[in-house]
Ligand binder design. Structure first.
Ligand SMILES: *Cc1c(COP(=O)(O)O)cnc(C)c1O
Length: 422
């Protein structure tokens, strides 16, 4: 389609958007009665209108049944997990039994590393991206140290080339190949939180597996944002949080994936708890851990049905909208944003640099604005636009497919152009 850079055309895109009805499913933040432009769905997704009722249902069941709510009522809490993995399977491209909804992201990654970081002799290295999200850096550093190893000997980081802002796929694959005899684990992000770069997870997995390594991903910025085929790509494990693109609320319950080939492996190390014990005999409370032969076998503790309910409400919207339509619109929104920056002369002005690769991204676009960045950010805020400021000079914006519009993207570019005096 031939894009145009006027407000009418943005309205036309909104009118013909097959997902436009989903905006009304969300509570949009307002100031003085005016809906704000919320481009922070990569940080905390907005609240679906139906979340409150879903959570209230759990409270009502608790009121009515007490602990019997695990077994009784319209939606017994014990079976709730099965309802979640069905819609989630479509979001991350996995078999339902390869998924478990539990804990939160960093906790899950530690638990998964217990199973999937198994250093043996000189095959003890972990390959990862330089400048990963801080929690991932701390995770690897402390996990490795806890095994009695020195992080400096173990962790190999791959960087962008000098003067470049993102990491070339060829450099990642070359690093895997160069260390092919020493890799225990390739651990990577799906989408970098800072630059918005979408990594080629399929190629990274194939190269890692060919090198005899295990391969796992942190999908915090990928789940619900970019195409994922974890099972088909043969990924060993992954985890994500549900409060960013998945709109399941602050501190939402996280998710994890474990390839089915590990579900029956009795030799795999893990940290266990009673909630991972096989369901038929869990409540006999016997000695000796017998895991559920599914990703659920990695659960430790009693989950919160209140958090399940918030997750379910959000996942239902993903199922109703359909992953294909969601991914298509997400890409189309960020493409439109980049198109507008180009045709309005903002890019050519040299006052701003796009950190996000044009051809490898989801919804998020990261803009580097040297010197005037903070002032520009303030003007965006004053104009009712929620964006994200990263010291010292980066503004991240994420127009998301379920509740953002092309008109909002157009408005954002107008305000940005003015703020930059282009
Ligand atoms: C948001 C994010 C996290 C946050 O982890 P929590 O354990 O959910 O607080 C971790 N890693 C990445 C890459 C993230 O983007």
């Amino acid at each position: 389609m031939q894009l145009k850079a006027d407000a009418h055309f943005a309205q036309h895109l909104d009118a013909s958007d097959p997902l436009n009805r989903f905006r009304r499913e969300f509570l949009i933040p307002e100031r003085a009665g005016k809906e704000q432009v919320y481009f922070l769905g990569n940080s905390l997704g907005l609240q679906p209108r139906r979340t409150k009722a879903a959570m209230q249902k759990v409270l009502d069941q608790w009121q009515h049944w007490g602990v019997e709510g695990f077994f009784m009522g319209a939606e017994p809490w014990l079976q709730y997990h099965d309802q979640l993995v069905q819609p989630l399977a479509a979001v991350v491209g996995a078999l339902p039994q390869e998924l478990v909804v539990m804990n939160s992201l960093t906790v899950n990654l530690h638990l998964l590393l217990v199973s999937f970081y198994q250093p043996k002799g000189k095959r003890n290295k972990i390959l990862c991206e330089a400048k990963a999200f801080p929690s991932d850096q701390y995770l690897l550093e402390t996990h490795v140290r806890q095994r009695g190893l020195n992080p400096e000997d173990i962790i190999i980081e791959v960087q962008p080339r000098n003067g470049e802002t993102h990491i070339r796929t060829a450099d990642i694959l070359a690093a895997i190949n160069n260390h092919r005899d020493e890799l225990a684990l390739v651990f990577w992000g799906g989408v970098n939180y800072y630059t918005g770069q979408l990594f080629d997870m399929r190629a990274i997995t194939a190269a890692g597996k060919a090198a005899g390594s295990l391969v796992g991903f942190d999908l915090a910025h990928a789940a619900g944002n970019v195409p994922l085929e974890l099972h088909r790509w043969n990924v060993d494990f992954a985890s994500w949080c549900s409060y960013k693109y998945l709109n399941s609320g602050p501190g939402a319950i996280g998710g994890a994936y474990v390839h089915e080939r590990y579900h029956h492996d009795p030799n795999l190390q893990r940290f266990a708890g009673w909630w991972g014990y096989q369901k038929e005999t869990r409540f006999l409370m016997q000695k000796g851990f017998v895991p559920i032969t599914a990703a659920e076998g990695w659960q430790l503790s009693t989950p919160s049905p209140i958090l399940y309910a918030a997750h379910q409400a959000a996942l239902d919207l993903f199922a109703e909208a359909g992953m294909e339509a969601i991914l298509e619109k997400g890409k189309s929104l960020s493409d439109y944003l980049l198109y507008l920056l180009e045709v309005t002369g903002v890019l050519a002005s040299g006052k701003l640099q796009v950190l996000t690769p044009m051809d490898a991204k989801g919804c998020q676009v990261s803009l580097l604005i040297p010197s005037t960045g903070k002032a520009v950010f303030q003007q965006l805020t004053d104009a009712g636009i929620f964006a994200d400021w990263r010291e010292p000079d980066v503004i991240r914006v994420a127009p998301v497919p379920l509740y953002n519009t092309y008109s909002e993207v157009w408005h954002f570019c107008q305000v940005l152009k003015e703020a930059l005096s282009v």
